[in-house]
Write a protein that binds this ligand. Structure first.
Ligand code: ZN
Length: 203
């Protein structure tokens, strides 16, 4: 399985990193080895001094598809989740400055947190789901899928032009504002509406 990640999908987050608003979604991949195993802590890697949390809505693909029209995209997932796209911001900044790919900053072991899944049918509108991330008991990131520049079905249409989607693939749909550094002993809890979908300790 593969993790397909979207960057710069929320205006406020684009502003906080001083990035340009893209004309197409920014897309990158994480390998399956970047998945943080269930109930494991996240260990800060020794190659970064500035690991950031990015909480994101996740979509799990349940049918094989290629060139999926957005009209039919809703048939390709029936679970919604929440996760973290951990990012070595210092390394990413160096790579970006040189125009190099981001993988070392985003696709390292443990860089992808995938929480529990909820059935899509639990939501009356997938384009209006609220989510948040708490760090040590305080909310640090808050978002709504209503603020996405590209909605879930549009993202499925876009990424499936390039990659065949397979059962079990996961799309990370981008992070809202409020990304920030984690340090040892931080505790991160993720919420989709009022349901807690993950709890991660930083080591
Ligand atoms: Zn991200």
């Amino acid at each position: 399985m593969k993790l397909i990640c979207i960057g710069r999908n929320y205006t406020e987050h684009i502003k906080e990193l001083d990035n340009e608003k893209p004309t197409d979604p920014v897309v990158f991949l994480k390998p399956d080895t970047s998945l943080l195993l269930k109930k494991q802590p996240f260990f800060i890697p020794d190659f970064s001094e500035d690991i950031h949390h990015e909480v994101e809505i996740l979509v799990k693909i349940n049918r094989v598809g290629k060139h999926i029209d957005k009209k039919f995209a809703h048939k390709y997932y029936n679970e919604i989740g929440l996760g973290i796209d951990f990012t070595a911001r210092d390394l990413q900044a160096q790579l970006k400055a040189k125009g190099l790919p981001w993988e070392k900053a985003k696709a390292f072991d443990g860089a992808a947190v995938v929480g529990n899944w909820l059935a899509k049918k639990e939501f009356s509108d997938v384009n209006n789901i609220n989510f948040s991330l708490e760090k040590n008991g305080s909310i640090v990131q808050q978002g709504s899928t209503s603020h996405m520049l590209w909605k879930i079905d549009e993202l499925i249409e876009y990424v499936s032009k390039y990659f065949t989607l397979k059962i079990g693939d996961i799309i990370f749909t981008g992070t809202p504002a409020g990304v920030g550094k984690v340090v040892a002993n931080d505790k991160l809890n993720g919420f989709l509406e009022d349901k807690q979908l993950f709890s991660i300790t930083i080591k």
